[in-house]
Design a protein around this ligand. Structure first.
Ligand code: ZN
Length: 137
């Protein structure tokens, strides 16, 4: 019994624990890290801070996504596919990018949200200028 639980705490190394956390948080979009990875993080300071960072990043993106959902449409899946595939298989980051497709989709969506403010600023400036013109006559 004791041996078994000792094994549960140590049967993954740093790379495996981080991969598991990355898989859960950034790829599957879960808010929880698997128990095995959490067990490892409990005894490994470096993995704990890495996993915390990942968790924070995922939390921020998910919160922003929830807060503004419905205000502008999410980027279409084909656009994400296009961006991911245009990177090409030779780029070292291509594999990772393909795996974090879900996060790419969210980042793209947040960029679109940001860009959607630009026409609004332009419109406000245009209305202001029209009002100034009217008053000047
Ligand atoms: Zn570790």
């Amino acid at each position: 019994m004791t041996l078994r639980s000792d094994r549960d705490f140590s049967n993954v190394d740093c790379a495996e624990a981080r991969a598991m956390a990355q898989e859960a948080l950034l790829i599957a979009g879960q808010s929880e890290v698997p128990q095995t990875a959490r067990n490892h993080a409990a005894v490994c300071v470096r993995c704990r801070s890495t996993i915390d960072e990942m968790s924070r990043a995922e939390g921020l993106m998910a919160a922003a996504f929830r807060a503004a959902r419905g205000r502008i449409p999410a980027p279409p899946g084909e656009l994400v596919e296009e961006i991911v595939s245009s990177v090409g298989s030779l780029a070292p980051a291509a594999g990772l990018l393909r795996r974090i497709r879900r996060s790419v989709s969210r980042m793209l969506w947040l960029s679109l949200l940001f860009l959607s403010f630009l026409p609004l600023c332009w419109l406000a400036w245009w209305v202001l200028r029209a009002l100034i013109d009217l008053n000047g006559r």
